[in-house]
Structure formats: structure tokens, C-alpha cells
Design a protein around this ligand. Structure first.
Ligand SMILES: CC(C)(COP(=O)(O)OP(=O)(O)OC[C@H]1O[C@@H](n2cnc3c(N)ncnc32)[C@H](O)[C@@H]1OP(=O)(O)O)[C@@H](O)C(=O)NCCC(=O)NCCS
Length: 222
């Protein structure tokens, strides 16, 4: 069930710490000192991209990210979609306290031709409609891509926004897609053509026209 419009599923708690705005040019960059959350790093002071695991985010930040997803996907973002966005690492940008752009990478196991790959799977990519075409979406996906290179052996995501990801080094998977269920592979023909991958290192030579399978999960499989 989708969260109601007033989103009571995430309590509206205060962030919990004082905020001070730091003027970094075009927009004030908030610095918070919330005891409940730990800000991991700011990758580039000129582009206030931040990264944190789901468990390092406080409830107010998770609520902001979820609201960004609902807004950016015009409410076509299910509870399962939200669950898929959690449990890994988040790359996001805030401007003046506004959640502007976000991408997450979660761990999955994908298989090609009998070889299993520890895969960084990209979820929850969105930019606030009022902040698009400024490079923020590319920034968060580039950070997610770099994280996959550093941490996993393969990357994947499901999308119909092919050119957006192709510019950032992603390739379309032209082979068939499957889900692994107990004792069998089940075809996911509706997903064929909508999976993109990042090949490098151990996955550099995988054949993008081969069969590709994912682990099972509730909601959208890819
Ligand atoms: C896709 C999205 C994240 C891009 O965010 P952004 O901050 O505007 O991205 P950037 O500014 O870095 O890049 C924008 C460029 O990406 C490309 N692009 C944007 N949306 C695209 C789409 N749906 N399909 C293909 N290319 C797209 C365009 O070339 C665009 O250039 P423009 O300046 O000519 O418009 C944003 O449009 C969005 O939130 N869309 C709704 C949710 C969504 O579709 N998420 C990703 C798919 S899983």
C-alpha cells in the first residue's frame, strides 16, 4: 500500500540539531549537527554531494528522500520501490535544506552464463522537478557509478531513460532477463530491454546478449 498523502508512515520528527547555513556561492549549504545522524562526507565542496548508508540517515532525511521520489515519479513509486531504495548507500544533494537529487546503490546477486556477480544495483534516481537539467542527476549517478566500481564486480539498474545513463558509461542489456526462484529461472519478458549494466573488472567481458538473472524480491524484480 502506498503511503498516504500526509505520509504518517515516517514520523514528522525535528531533525534534532541546530543548522547553520554556509554560503557556497549559488546556494546556502546547510550544516546540521544532528546527534541521530552522521554525515559521512562531502565529496566536492563546490557540489555539495553527500553520501550515507541507510542506517546513517536520520528519519527526517529518509522522509525527505521518500517525498522526493513520490514527487519526481508523480506518485508512481510504490512501497516496494521505496524498500528497494533502502539498505545500501545513498548519494544525494540538498540545497538550502531542500532534497534536490538522489541515487542509491543496493547489493544484489546477478548471474550471467552460470557466473554470479556481486552487483551494485542502482535505485531511487530522481531530481526534484524544479532543479532538473543542471547536472545534479548526473552527479549523483556518477557518484553511484564510482561506488559500484570501487565496491562491486558488476552494476545494473532498470530504466527506460537510456540516454541519461549511457552518457555515464552504462550499457543496455539486449539479452533475456530472468528471476531466480527455488529450483528454477523464470523469464521476466516485460523487463527485457529495460535493464542497463556497468561492465568492468570481473564482468568486463560478459556478453550483453546473454541471459541475465536476478535474485527474487517483492515488487518490481528489476
Ligand atoms: C532523469 C532525471 C533523474 C535527470 O535528472 P537531472 O538532474 O535533470 O539530470 P542532469 O541535469 O544531470 O541531466 C539532464 C539530462 O539528462 C537527460 N535526461 C533527463 N531525463 C531523461 C530521460 N527520462 N531519458 C533520457 N534522458 C534524460 C537529458 O539529456 C537531460 O538533458 P537536458 O538538459 O537537455 O534536459 C530526472 O529527469 C528525473 O528525476 N526524472 C524522473 C524520475 C526518473 O525518470 N528517474 C530516472 C529513471 S530510473
Amino acid at each position: 500500500m502506498r503511503w498516504p498523502a500526509h505520509r504518517t508512515a515516517v514520523p514528522d520528527v525535528p531533525h534534532g540539531g541546530e543548522e547553520e547555513a554556509e554560503n557556497s556561492g549559488e546556494a546556502a549549504r546547510p550544516r546540521r549537527t544532528c546527534a541521530a545522524c552522521r554525515y559521512v562526507e562531502t565529496l566536492n565542496p563546490e557540489r555539495p554531494l553527500r553520501t550515507a548508508t541507510t542506517s546513517e540517515l536520520c528519519i527526517a532525511e529518509l522522509r525527505q528522500i521518500h517525498e522526493l521520489m513520490l514527487l519526481a515519479f508523480d506518485n508512481d513509486f510504490s512501497d516496494e520501490d521505496w524498500e528497494h531504495t533502502l539498505g545500501g548507500i545513498h548519494f544525494f544533494l540538498e540545497l538550502g535544506g531542500q532534497m534536490v537529487s538522489h541515487a542509491a546503490v543496493v547489493p544484489r546477486m546477478l548471474e550471467v552464463g552460470g557466473s554470479m556477480f556481486h552487483t551494485g544495483y542502482v535505485e531511487g534516481v530522481a531530481t526534484h522537478p524544479g532543479f532538473r537539467s543542471r547536472g545534479w542527476g548526473s552527479d549523483v549517478v556518477s557518484a553511484a557509478t564510482a561506488h559500484i566500481h570501487a565496491t562491486y564486480g558488476f552494476g545494473a539498474l532498470g530504466t527506460s531513460s537510456f540516454s541519461f545513463y549511457e552518457r555515464l558509461g552504462w550499457e543496455r542489456w539486449s539479452g533475456r532477463t530472468f528471476v531466480r526462484r527455488v529450483g528454477r529461472h523464470e523469464a521476466t519478458p516485460d523487463e527485457d530491454g529495460y535493464v542497463m549494466v556497468l561492465r568492468f573488472g570481473p564482468s568486463a567481458d560478459v556478453d550483453t546478449s546473454a541471459d541475465l538473472s536476478c535474485d527474487d524480491r517483492p515488487g518490481d524484480l528489476w
